[in-house]
Design a protein around this ligand. Structure first.
Ligand code: GLN
Length: 192
């Protein structure tokens, strides 16, 4: 199984380490040709505005969007969730068309404020109980279309969703020792 981790910016090494611990080869995606032959893709946390711009500069944007639309399983965490979101509040207005927009949700960027935005909350993520959710300048999901499954809420705010082949999380599962979310993503790939 080949799982790509977008490696332009942000917390990609941590995702690759999680995959390695589960015996799966994580491939750093740095250019368009790296996307060939993948079974799954992880869009890591970091800075969505920078990542979106680099995806355009490196001519990877349309290819990733097409692969996801065609059913490639994708896990977007934090900035990765923002990149997937169809609508983004507080988007960077300087940046033309920065979002892939494949996930039919409205994401509020920097929803907890820029400085006070880091906290840990233990809660359920779908069938995964008491997961340590690490939030870092995190977004939350303000609205979802009807066919989006809500996996997780914190203080009534939606912070985890699944829509078909796409999982979007506002927090950072790769920052903990708990591998259950990566394991669930691998199982999703196997089932697809
Ligand atoms: N605030 C960042 C953004 O807008 C996301 C933060 C993160 O990925 N930890 O892209």
């Amino acid at each position: 199984m080949k799982i790509g981790v977008l490696a332009l910016q942000g917390a990609f090494i941590e995702h690759i380490q999680c995959l390695e611990k589960l015996g799966v080869n994580g491939i750093e995606i740095r250019q368009s040709t790296d996307l060939d032959g993948l079974d799954g893709l992880i869009l890591p946390g970091g800075e969505s505005t920078v990542q979106g711009k680099l995806l355009h500069d490196l001519k990877m944007f349309d290819k990733i969007k097409q692969l996801i639309s065609e059913g490639l399983p994708v896990l977007g965490t934090c900035a990765g969730l923002i990149l997937l979101g169809a609508n983004v509040i507080n988007a960077d207005s300087q940046n033309q068309n920065p979002h892939l927009g494949t996930l039919p949700v409205t994401v509020q960027r920097n929803a907890y404020g820029r400085q006070l935005g880091s906290f840990v909350h233990t809660g359920d993520v779908g069938a995964i109980e008491t997961f340590p959710m690490e939030f870092i300048r995190a977004p939350y999901i303000k609205d979802v279309s009807n066919d989006v499954e809500i996996l997780s809420r914190v203080d009534s705010k939606i912070v985890g969703v699944r829509y078909k082949n796409q999982i979007g999380l506002a927090f950072h599962p790769e920052m903990t020792d708990d591998l259950r979310i990566h394991k669930a993503f691998i199982n999703l790939i196997k089932a697809s």
